[in-house]
Each structure stands twice: as C-alpha cells, then as structure tokens.
Ligand binder design. Structure first.
Ligand code: NAI
Ligand code: UGA
Length: 465
C-alpha cells in the first residue's frame, strides 16, 4: 500500500482546523496543509497568540503549539497545496440553501462544487479526494463527474469520511473517536484508497474502530447519526413540557429511562432547544432527500424533530413573557450565554438567537454576557434574521463582558448556555442587584432549585413545575 505523505485540507473551519491538527500531531511523517480562501481565518490560525485561534476548543492550543510549523501549516495558497498533496480533504461549509430549488431544506453544494472544479483544474498527479463535509447521499457521484470530465487525465479516487466530532469536545472526540467511517468504491483502487485513509487513523485509533462501507452508506450514515441524536433531544424536550403540567420532573424521567440499557443515559438533557450548525441543517437535508425520492411519510417523520425544537424555543420565550405579567416592554432581561452549547464560541442556530428575537419583538431590553462570544458575532446573528434594523438591534440589546454588569437592575435572568462558570456565581449577590421580584429562567437546568428558592428568586427550570 502506498503511504500518504502530503495531505491538503480545503476549509479551515470548526472541522478542518481541529481534525487536521490531530492528524498532523499523530502522524509526524505526513505534511498537512490546511487552506482557506478566508485570509483572516488563516491569519488567525497562524496567530502567535493562541487565544486568537478562530475556533475555541479545549486542548486545541496545546496541540497547535506542538505541531504548527513542524508538519502542520495554515495557508491561503490553495492551488499549490492541492497540487502537492496525495490526499485532499474537502471540509468546506454545506449550509441549507437560501435560494432556488430546495430553498430552506436542501444542502447548498456550491462550495463543494467549487472545490471539485479547483482540484480538477490544478491537479497534475493522482489524488484521493476525501469528502469530510457532511453531504447528501450520492454527492460523491457529482464530485466524480466533475473531476473526471474537467480533469487533466489524472486519476481521482473519491472517499466519504464524515466527521462525528462535537464542538466543545472536538479534540477528545477526535483522539478517542467511537468510530471512524470510511466509504469508498468496492473496486481494487477504491479498496486501496480506503486502506490508505484507514492507515492515517490507525496511527492513534485501534483498527476495529475504523469502519469501511460503500460510499452511499457512509454519506447517509452521517445524516442519520445527527438525526437520531437530535431526535433524542426533541423527544426529551417534548416530555419536559408534559412534566411542567404534571409535577413530574424531567431529570427524574431521563434518569429512569436512561437506566434501561436499550435506551442509555446520553443525550437526554432537556434544554431550551438544540442549536449548532448541523442538527437542523442535516435533518432538513434528510427531509429533502426523502421527499425527492417520493417518500413523504419519511420526510414528515423527521421534520417533526425540527418542529418540536422550534416549539421548545418559542415555549421558553413565551413563558418569560407570561411570567413577567404578560409584558416585557422596557424590562431588562439578562442573558447568561449566547453560544449554542458550553465550551465553544460557535453560535450558529443557537437557541439564544431565537429567544432574543422573540423578546425583542416585545420591546424587551436584553443584556448579554457570554464568556467566549464577541459582540460583533451576537449582532451579526440578530441582523441575519432580518426581523428589525441593525440600529434597532443595537438599541434594544447590549453586550457586556462582566456578568454582574448584566444583571444590575434586571427584572430577569435567562440562562441560555450551560457554561460551568454560571453555576459558581454568587447568586445571593445577583439577587441583591436585581429588581424584585427577581426571576430566573433556567433553560439549561444547571442551577439548584432549592438554593434559588431559598435565596428568594422566582426560579423556573425547564421540565419542572
Ligand atoms: N461544526 C461541526 O461541529 C461539524 C461540521 N461538520 C460538517 O463539516 C463541514 C464544515 O463545517 P464547519 O467546519 O463547521 O464549517 P466552517 O464554516 O467553520 O468552515 C468552512 C470553511 O471553508 C472555507 N471555504 C469555503 N469554500 C472554500 C473554497 N472554495 N476554498 C477554500 N476554502 C473554502 C470557508 O471560508 C470556511 O472557513 C460542513 O459540511 C459541516 O456540516 C461535520 C461534523 C461536525
Ligand atoms: O455534525 C455535526 O456538526 C456534529 O453535530 C453534533 O455536535 P454539536 O452540534 O457540536 O454538539 P452536540 O453536543 O451534539 O449538541 C447539539 C445541541 O444539542 C443540545 N443538547 C445536546 C444533548 C442533550 O442532551 N440536550 C441538548 O439540548 C446542545 O446543547 C446543543 O445545542 C453531534 O453530536 C456530532 O456528532 C456531529 O459531528
């Protein structure tokens, strides 16, 4: 088997950056170059100050320090890196389409196609092209057509190698992956390519955890894994609403069902709703694919996971409004957290955005504190919705860097992200500084009900009456 010596990864984002850092760190004999058309991102990846990396992930700065400049490089020289590589990962974004056929559901593959055309244009030697981005089932065929028809007579082998890392735990997930999935052709050259990629992962993972399948199973499995995970969250969130009506406690229900080894304890935390760049996008994509293949019942089944998530976000915002005597107009509401989960600076599809939008529609004044998210990002998230002008967003919502400043004279605190630091705050001091009655709406179930009641708060915890 020919061993890989040079890897290029197109796309230096939340997946490309951490994934390639781990590969380079564990495979010192392979040169890994991560390229991107976004020059600022590349400059940030090359920053001397490791706090300025574009992606916040525990453990990442240490690995970058050890590996960058040794056999890990970040560059804007896309063409040169592609040509030099014997294996090219495509790790660009595949957002939901916002225009044309499939708008609002299908994955937008324009960045993928641009990559394929670029590889075809500049490649002068044979290459293994690896789909790292999450793609609709049968995309490999389109990539192959582009490569084979516009290429320079070189051979391309296409593999699907979806990524299963979760943000906030990316490094640990990569180092201790439950499994790595590699899909490829069942031809001799396809098998060789699969083995070449398996060899890369076997530098640090046991062989049994590297699963090989055909390309279509691999592409589809990625969408299905995310759909199943999101389905669990929507399932428990639906039950949280029922718990609030019946005096059952959602934590007790989760624990009781999670003890059943067939159900298992993970991914049963009720919350204000799932966010992140992928759950919604990938389920919508699955829904679109099912519809395209004439399977409306399958499409409707999975769409319900998204509808339940929308309901949960709306329910949380409406509960704040009704509890605050049916009006939040002019009332100061402090948001603790804006990221879609703890330990990441990523805010894509964060529930906080939609809860804020609903409250701003009611003329609430929101003050946001998040330990890792910038004001620039928060305003960009709101402006993107297009509900009101950017001036209005800046007038009604402010962003602070001190959690205590956020709650001065506030009517309520809404906990939107489960950052650990929120648990250890001096909640007695927070109570003192707030207007009375002081309300706390815990969308992450991280605070102690008894303690909050004793301190005098009107405390609402999702999934408890
Ligand atoms: N964010 C996550 O945790 C996970 C994401 N995925 C999938 O991985 C893919 C990438 O996701 P993220 O890393 O989050 O996206 P991202 O948006 O953080 O990064 C994508 C990068 O690709 C670059 N790019 C786009 N077109 C390019 C081109 N033609 N040439 C060079 N660079 C180009 C963009 O400038 C951007 O920096 C998506 O398909 C996503 O569904 C899969 C597993 C986990
Ligand atoms: O394809 C992707 O992008 C990735 O999507 C998810 O990872 P991620 O979105 O980073 O984070 P998760 O830990 O899955 O959380 C997603 C959302 O669900 C919420 N969640 C999760 C678990 C839970 O029990 N309750 C709950 O509300 C989180 O707060 C978060 O908003 C998957 O877990 C990864 O395997 C996958 O690779």
């Amino acid at each position: 088997m020919k061993h890989i010596k040079n890897i290029c990864c197109i796309g230096a984002g939340y997946v490309g950056g951490p994934t390639m850092t781990v590969i380079a760190n564990k495979c010192p004999e392979i040169d890994v170059t991560v390229v991107d058309i976004n020059a600022r991102r590349i400059a940030d990846w090359n920053s001397e100050n490791l706090n300025e990396l574009p992606v916040y992930e525990p453990g990442l700065p240490e690995l970058i320090k050890e590996t960058r400049g040794r056999n890990l490089f970040f560059s804007t020289e896309v063409d040169a890196a592609i040509d030099k590589a014997d294996m090219v990962f495509i790790s660009v974004n595949t957002p939901t389409k916002t225009y044309g056929k499939g708008k609002g559901q299908a994955a937008d593959l324009k960045y993928i196609e641009l990559c394929a055309r670029n590889i075809a244009k500049v490649a002068t030697t044979d290459k293994i092209v690896v789909e790292k981005s999450t793609l609709p089932v049968r995309t490999a065929q389109a990539i192959k057509n582009i490569l084979d028809n516009t290429g320079n007579g070189v051979n391309f082998e296409i593999l699907s190698n979806p990524e299963f890392l979760a943000e906030g735990t990316a490094i640990d997930d990569l180092l201790n992956a439950d499994r790595v999935l590699i899909g490829g052709d069942e031809t001799e050259s396809g098998q060789e390519a699969k083995n070449a990629l398996s060899w890369v992962y076997e530098h640090w993972l046991p062989k049994e955890r590297v699963l090989q399948t055909n390309v279509w199973s691999s592409e589809l499995s990625k969408l299905v894994a995310n759909a199943f995970l999101a389905q669990r969250v929507s399932s428990i969130n639906s039950i949280s609403a029922l718990c609030e009506k019946t005096d059952a406690n959602v934590a007790e229900v989760s624990r009781a069902i999670g003890f059943d080894s067939r159900i298992g304890p993970k991914f049963l935390n009720a919350s204000v709703g799932f966010g992140g760049s992928c759950f919604q996008k990938d389920i919508l994509n699955l829904v679109y694919i099912a519809k395209s293949f004439g399977l409306p019942e399958v499409a409707d089944y999975w769409e319900q996971v998204i509808l339940m998530n929308d309901y949960q976000k709306r329910r949380f915002a409406e509960n704040i409004i009704t509890t605050l005597y049916n009006t939040v107009s002019g009332k100061k509401i402090a948001f603790y957290g804006w990221a879609f989960k703890k330990d990441t600076n990523d805010t894509r599809e964060s529930a906080a955005i939609y809860v804020a939008d609903a409250l701003l529609e009611e003329q609430a004044e929101i003050v946001v504190y998040d330990p890792k998210v910038t004001a620039e990002r928060i305003y960009a998230d709101l402006d993107y919705l297009g509900t009101r002008t950017s001036e209005e967003n800046r007038r009604l919502l402010t962003v602070v860097t001190d959690p205590l400043e956020a709650i001065q004279n506030a009517h309520a605190v809404a906990v939107l992200t489960e950052w650990d630091e929120f648990k250890s705050y001096d909640w007695a001091a927070i109570f003192e500084a707030m207007l009375k009655p002081a309300f706390v709406f815990d969308g992450r179930r991280i605070l102690d009900s008894e303690k909050m009641d004793t301190l005098g708060f009107k405390y609402y915890k999702i999934g408890e009456s």
